[in-house]
Design a protein. Sequence first.
Length: 156
Amino acid sequence: MNNKDLFRINVGHLLNQAVGTIREIDLQSPRVEIDSDFKLENFKAMVRLNRVQQGILLQMSCEGDTETECVRCLTPCTHHLSAEFEELYALPHLRQNQDADNYLPENGMIDLFPLVDEYMTMEIPIKPLCAESCRGLCQECGANLNSETCEHHPQK
């Protein structure tokens, strides 16, 4: 299953259900490629679809691991990301929904990929560290001070 299929959910059947009807969906994938620079390993998500008067309220929590590079020592490190969000997919024909951000597509298929991309990208640390105690690189010779000593930084 590719990324696009995993994140496409048919909600058309919920439109004929009573307000308050809920459907929950678990999504899992060993690897999700958001783009060429951003991949999530061990991706898991819980999607809750709630039929509300305005349309479909989507609530989602997702998590996964991504590879980053430590800003101090430049070694690869893994960060666990998680995000929770909700979005209303409004029925386009209702007057009260004219200013909605998202509308239900006519085919009843919601694509969660752009939402996962947006919310998980916001969770990537701005300055990722391999560890809080990372000592970084020597500014003189470039030695990784976490694993070696150099003449500029004698061992304490």
